[in-house]
Design a protein around this ligand. Structure first.
Ligand SMILES: NC(=O)c1ccc[n+]([C@@H]2O[C@H](COP(=O)([O-])OP(=O)(O)OC[C@H]3O[C@@H](n4cnc5c(N)ncnc54)[C@H](O)[C@@H]3O)[C@@H](O)[C@H]2O)c1
Length: 270
């Protein structure tokens, strides 16, 4: 899809990958970008930054908890009213929980709602108008954890696999009716999620991590070619192939990696 003159919603746009996506879309010629985040101040700041670099792009910020279906519908309604239509929904907001079997049921529920249900709320809210036009794009920020796994975080590994599962289903069901779907699947990205609020965290994915701007640039390329998988770390494709080729061998390798990583960084190593 050609981004020029398109209208976009980005969730989790107040910082990190979402912020970089907002700036990249605005600079690539999008006509309008809605910056949604549970942190309204962050979203407003990013909208202001984008106006400064792309004065022709219409921007607005809205506080939205993506786990709330009504709030996501409200966001789509406001964006449709302001822009006329929503061409691209970037479902980017996500959280990590660095726990295994110690995660409580309530914690599982919350990460499920943000990392999985939010994509479903987005599709329910915006798909009808896209189907009517026979054109639209869902870009879901998932993770390489959705294709491979996440050492140290069962809820992240599980919810990111589910997010890929839903995106595949969307593409299979609606792809022939003009609906495009991409999943952004990076490994480490230099944001607060990986490095902590002030860069204090240490973890094995920091080595080889890329900037959020790199992820956004790769996303623009992936949108131009309408590729389902957007892989800012190209080696992820090879790891994914190896998993498919010999699952048991791949699991043995992952156990070795798990041991190395936990010896170096402790239990919560992601
Ligand atoms: N940083 C990485 O290493 C990495 C790697 C692969 C995938 N990802 C994925 O990329 C996406 C963005 O991550 P990031 O690294 O920019 O994270 P981040 O924590 O830096 O930013 C996430 C943003 O989402 C917002 N958010 C969180 N919960 C929300 C909710 N319920 N409703 C609305 N907004 C909410 C936060 O306020 C924040 O602005 C996530 O889906 C994450 O899982 C990150």
């Amino acid at each position: 899809m050609d981004i020029r003159n398109k209208t976009v919603i980005v969730t989790g746009g107040g910082t990190g990958i979402g912020r970089a996506l907002v700036l990249a879309f605005a600079q690539a010629g999008a006509r309008g970008v809605a910056v949604a985040d549970i942190d309204h101040a962050g979203a407003a700041q990013v909208a202001a930054e984008a106006v400064a670099v792309a004065p022709d792009c219409k921007l607005f910020a809205q506080r939205v908890d993506v786990a709330d279906a009504d709030a996501v519908q409200g966001l789509v309604d406001v964006a449709t009213e302001r822009f006329g239509q929503v061409d691209i929904f970037c479902s980017n907001a996500g959280i990590i929980l660095r726990k295994g079997l110690d995660a409580s049921a309530a914690e599982w529920q919350r990460i499920w709602e943000i990392n999985v249900m939010a994509h479903i709320h987005a599709a329910k809210a915006v798909l009808p108008q896209m189907l009517e036009r026979g054109d639209g794009y869902f870009i879901n920020t998932v993770s390489a954890a959705g294709l491979l796994s996440q050492i140290g975080s069962a809820p992240y590994a599980v919810t990111k696999h589910a997010a890929i599962g839903f995106a595949e289903w969307l593409s299979i069901t609606y792809g022939d009716r003009g609906i495009k779907v991409s999943c952004i699947c990076p490994q480490g990205v230099q944001t607060k999620m990986l490095f902590g609020e002030s860069g204090e965290r240490k973890g094995f994915l920091q080595e080889g991590s890329v900037t959020a701007e790199h992820v956004a640039a790769k996303t623009l390329e992936g949108v131009a070619s309408e590729s389902f998988l957007i892989l800012p770390h190209p080696e992820v494709l090879e790891y994914y192939r190896r998993k498919g080729q010999d699952y048991d061998r791949w699991l043995r390798g992952m156990r070795r990696l798990h041991d190395q990583v936990t010896q170096t960084f402790g239990d919560i190593a992601v």
